[in-house]
Design a protein around this ligand. Structure first.
Ligand SMILES: [Cu+2]
Length: 232
């Protein structure tokens, strides 16, 4: 009897392990390929002259005939259709010990962010970013569209990296095109310095998803409002 129980238990554990590995493979397989950085010469920084790279990300309020949605993880029961996402990828890979500028085009509406900390810029080269060409250190707490917030796994021994960029919402009275996107997005640029190599994650801190307090759905899904951030 005991032997049978052990056999059954081993079998159950084995099947569970295989299912777990398969599920992990599916999730990993659906991570979009990393965004390509563009070399942009060098930049004078407080840490001296550093190699400079640029990358571009767009935030869409929803998919449309013009912009396909990111792949939806098959394991997720909830549908993410109609939810916002970063495009064309949420997997980011940037060179170590460099200055990196990210240019965001933000097409989504928004509103009040619960925590004013995330309406401020954190971790950029001089504490600023530019919004539509204007240098700022924060945006109106009541007009946040999304945030791009990079942080690390809490148990990690790698160099500390924290970057948080608030992206202002597009006002609701802005004209939209035939795909329903505002004709004038918010244009945000931020420059920061990467240190030694490390693996981080990023997510949006504005409750733009659904389910629990709007922090579910797109908010907790890589490929949509969260992703990986590798310094290599
Ligand atoms: Cu968001």
């Amino acid at each position: 009897m005991k032997r049978l129980l052990v056999t059954v238990l081993t079998l159950v554990l084995g099947v569970g392990l295989v299912a777990g590995v398969a599920a992990w493979q599916i999730v990993r397989g659906e991570e979009p390929p990393p965004l390509e950085v563009k070399a942009a010469g060098t930049l004078d920084t407080p840490q001296g002259e550093l190699p400079h790279y640029e990358l571009e990300m767009t935030v869409y309020p929803n998919s449309s005939p013009a912009v396909a949605p990111p792949k939806e993880p098959r394991l997720l029961a909830a549908s993410l259709s109609g939810q916002p996402f970063y495009h064309p990828s949420t997997s980011i890979r940037v060179p170590a010990n460099s200055a990196v500028t990210i240019h965001f085009r933000q097409y989504d509406g928004g509103g009040q962010i619960y925590n004013p900390f995330f309406a401020k810029v954190h971790g950029s080269i001089d504490g600023t970013m530019t919004v539509n060409g204007k240098k700022v250190t924060e945006i109106d707490q009541a007009s946040v569209g999304h945030t791009f917030t990079v942080h690390q796994y809490p148990e990690s021994g790698q160099p500390n990296l924290f970057l948080s960029v608030p992206l202002p919402m597009v006002p609701s009275n802005v004209k939209t095109d035939s795909n329903g996107y505002p004709v004038t997005p918010q244009e945000i640029s931020v420059t920061f310095i990467t240190g030694e190599a490390g693996t981080y994650v990023w997510n949006c801190e504005f409750p733009c998803g659904d389910l629990y307090q709007e922090f579910g759905g797109a908010m907790q899904t890589r490929g949509w409002m969260a992703g990986t951030f590798e310094v290599v």
